[in-house]
Design a protein around this ligand. Structure first.
Ligand SMILES: C[S@@+](CC[C@H](N)C(=O)[O-])C[C@H]1O[C@@H](n2cnc3c(N)ncnc32)[C@H](O)[C@@H]1O
Length: 213
């Protein structure tokens, strides 16, 4: 399973995709060719719309990879927004820096280099919007840190809650079993949060959306 939609539904929706600028298209090709996971086109378009509607000023991303989503967030947010993005892979940090420099959003995006488990406890100022997109087995603990850093009425956006469709089925290939189990447990935990209005939307690979009460 790679998509939660049928291939004809996917093709149909993709036919409406807006043309992206050259840098964004290059990053999509690079990520695809180098097997670097980035937000799917429909999830990132939804994220951009949400950012335009909500207009968050302070945004935290956990999991930069090559800064594809960071750049798309920065270009959708207002002029005065700040995107802080955490990444632990030295190789991805190098690539992300190059792409951010080419994007012209260096003044809006700051990479916090290191493991989110070490970086997040050091952050003191809260955020209007948090995008959690790190290793799936760490979601639960990174979510706990995220809640501490999220302002009241702030939004948390979490990718991969359908986990390629495997969260919803019993027959899962061995290499997906552990992560599918982690995601299923996380989904129960997320949907039972008393301090959040939560939903899981069938967009991309499944988006968890929470608003802090
Ligand atoms: C799915 S990719 C992020 C994709 C990116 N948000 C996008 O859509 O363009 C996940 C990234 O999170 C990083 N990561 C995973 N766990 C992390 C952690 N605990 N601290 C910092 N970075 C982490 C990985 O190195 C990887 O680059």
């Amino acid at each position: 399973m790679t998509s939660i939609l049928t291939s004809s539904q996917n093709r149909y929706l993709e036919s409406f995709r807006t043309q992206q600028d050259e840098l964004i298209s290059e990053m999509e090709t690079f990520a695809h060719e180098n097997k670097i996971p980035i937000l799917s086109w429909d999830a990132v378009e939804f994220l951009e719309q949400l950012i335009k509607i909500r207009k968050p000023k302070r945004i935290l991303e956990i999991g930069t990879a090559i800064a594809y989503s960071s750049i798309r967030i920065a270009r959708s947010a207002g002029r005065k927004c700040l995107v802080h993005t955490i990444e632990k892979s030295a190789n991805n940090i190098k690539l992300a820096k190059e792409y951010i420099s080419r994007s012209g959003y260096e003044d809006k995006i700051e990479i916090f280099e290191g493991d989110a488990f070490e970086v997040m406890p050091q952050l003191k100022k809260k955020y209007d919007f948090i995008f959690l997109d790190a290793d799936k087995e760490d979601y639960r603990r990174l979510f706990d840190y995220s809640l501490i850093l999220l302002k009241t009425n702030g939004v948390i956006f979490i990718d991969n809650l359908l986990w390629h469709g495997y969260a919803a089925v019993k027959k899962v290939p061995p290499n997906y079993r552990n992560s599918a189990k982690n995601i299923r447990e996380f989904n129960h935990f997320f949907m039972a949060q008393p301090n959040l209005h939560t939903t899981i939307l069938p967009i991309g690979d499944g988006i968890g959306l929470g608003i802090k009460k």
